[in-house]
Design a protein around this ligand. Sequence first.
Ligand code: C5P
Length: 236
Amino acid sequence: MQPSDIAPRDRLIVALDLPSVTKAEAMIARLGDSVTFYKIGYQLAFAGGLPLVRQLAGAGKKVFVDLKLHDIGNTVARGVESVAALGATFLTVHAYPQTMKAAVEARAGSDLKILAVTVLTSYDDGDLHAAGYRLGVSDLVEARAQQAQVLGVDGLVCSPEEAAALHKVVGHQMKLVTPGIRPAGSAAGDQKRIMTPARAISAGADYLVVGRPVMEAADPKAVAEAILAEIVQALA
Ligand code: C5P
């Protein structure tokens, strides 16, 4: 494993996949100091959750805004500037060259890092073909990862199973952020390609995104602490 500049505690990103700001604030209070990095996606953002980005950043937390932007360059750039002004740490965009280029240019001078989603993990070769692509998933992931690197994108969202292969393609400067994490014994839900926190770290994941195993736990703080302990142990 490569040495890393990321603090072990910051490697756990807890997805606040909740239907309301009230529920999100209650969860943040329960998790307290155990979680330093949160993800806000469609569900909470469209339920009035975007002001939480500024609130959390003001409280010293990091926030990953997972809105997977994709539009004409100018619109992407203006959106990225607004997300940067909220104090977010990560923002996702789809890995189309124009979109990535606009996002990288627009985040210049801020602390925001751009993550590219290469191919949605719910897509297989048949889905790409139906959408008019000639390449299969693995070739398209690799091509887009290379394009992202050339364009100066800061990191990629990928499955932990792809982490080792992707680090070989893009090196270790680009950070790999992996959902599909399940502590041993927790339910997979709709995730198909899953890994435990320890295995994902050993496979080269830089950041782990965990939603339901924490959100649905009887004791979310205990689950988050257990994941952190596993991360620390895997890094030792
Ligand atoms: O509940 P779970 O741990 O499966 O949550 C994973 C989080 O990561 C969700 O917020 C989901 O939207 C997100 N995600 C994902 N797969 C991707 C990209 C993001 O599961 N390829």
